[in-house]
Write a protein of this length. Structure first.
Length: 379
């Protein structure tokens, strides 16, 4: 390896590594002075590194920016902190631009913090999922009205076909039966769509997410899982989540069953891997509000199936988008709705083999209910 030439990393080599990074990167000291900036940072802020090194962090980001709280949290936790949808900019840039940032301390010296600016890939996903709520409510009202108006004439069509059927010949009777079957299929589809029009507040309670996943595992193992093994890797220290048990079971049951079916359709043995983790640094701004919420509870469902085509991933949670032969494309749309109703986000991440569905949820805030890990919520 070329690294053997640099068993002791000299300043020139480290500088070349920093300069090769495609994302803007700056390092600040304990007084918030900028003491390092790479070429990508020069391009982003449209000034030379010599000029950047004469300024403080407060000179390039608004004083109220979450960047400062991220830096403080990185120093406090000595870990990596992520902030999404953060305004960063200068008058020279012509206004603020929104980016994702990562902040982490450098080595054992918590005074020096490395800040990297990233493309807003995650922020855009979050915005797309959260800002769709208002539009979804408007559409859901229309969908509810249309569902009612469609089901009434369907019942009349089916009833007329049933009345005609006994008086018809054998060939025409087949057509009458076809009318009945097709009206039943449309009615079932409308019934499924009505789920998306339900905007009633969720009945929530403190839940142990591992109890939810254990319930899902039992349900999946009770069905055909030939050639598919389930593996778990849980963080036992996770705090509770405020949620609706039945709906969260439905979310993860849909995702795990999809993973199992994807492997089985590929015709090869495979594995579904369930993981949970606490991601302290994941925070975002709620659209239309200055409030920043945390989504520290992470649940991932990995599979070794054929995966989801890259061109479908951005729209995989839209209704009628599916990779299943004969699928209706409503399962993942319902998953996205339920996760949104819980204040979380869900995303589809491609892998070298298979796919990962990642669900981020807020943890329980305020006073926890007594005996939270007892009774039916126990793992």
């Amino acid at each position: 390896m070329n690294g053997a030439r640099h068993s002791v990393f000299d300043a020139a080599f480290i500088r070349s590594v920093v300069e090769s990074l495609p994302n803007p990167l700056i390092v600040i000291d304990g007084s918030e002075n900028i003491c390092l900036a790479n070429t990508a940072a020069e391009n982003y802020f449209q000034v030379s590194s010599n000029i950047l090194l004469r300024h403080k962090l407060s000179d390039i980001v608004p004083f109220s920016s979450p960047v400062f709280s991220a830096v403080a949290q990185a120093r406090l936790t000595t870990g990596l902190v992520n902030e999404y949808s953060v305004p960063v900019g200068t008058p020279r840039l012509g206004g603020e631009r929104l980016v994702d940032i990562q902040a982490t301390v450098m080595g054992d010296d918590v005074a020096f913090v490395l800040i990297m600016l990233l493309e807003r890939s995650m922020a855009l996903k979050i915005d797309r999922q959260l800002t769709s709520r208002g539009a979804a409510r408007s559409v859901s009202g229309m969908a509810s009205m249309l569902a009612h108006e469609i089901k009434n004439p369907l019942a009349g069509i089916r009833g007329a076909a049933q009345l005609l059927e006994p008086a018809l010949g054998s060939e025409d009777r087949v057509l009458a039966r076809l009318i009945c079957d097709e009206t039943d299929r449309i009615r079932d589809l409308v019934d499924q769509m009505e789920v998306f029009t339900d905007e009633r507040p969720l009945e929530k309670q403190p839940l142990n997410i591992h109890a939810v996943l254990e319930r899902v595992k039992r349900l999946v193992m009770a069905s055909a899982t030939d050639g598919v093994s389930l593996r778990e890797d849980y963080d036992p220290s996770l705090p509770p989540v405020m949620g609706n048990r039945d709906q969260l079971v439905q979310v993860f049951l849909n995702l795990v069953k999809n993973a199992v079916e994807a492997i089985q359709q590929g015709g090869m043995a495979g594995e579904v891997h369930l993981t949970t983790a606490f991601r302290q640094g994941i925070r975002l701004t709620v659209p239309g509000s200055t409030e920043r919420i945390t989504l520290p509870l992470e649940v991932c469902i990995y599979d070794t199936g054929p995966g989801v085509p890259e061109e479908l991933r951005p729209n995989i949670f839209d209704p009628f988008v599916t990779t299943k032969p004969g699928g209706k494309g409503l399962g993942l749309a319902l998953v996205a709705k339920i996760v949104r109703d819980h204040g979380g986000i869900v995303e589809c991440v491609g892998r070298d083999r298979g796919v990962c569905f990642r669900v981020l949820l807020p943890m329980l805030r305020g006073t926890d209910a007594p005996g939270i890990f007892g009774g039916e919520n126990a793992v």
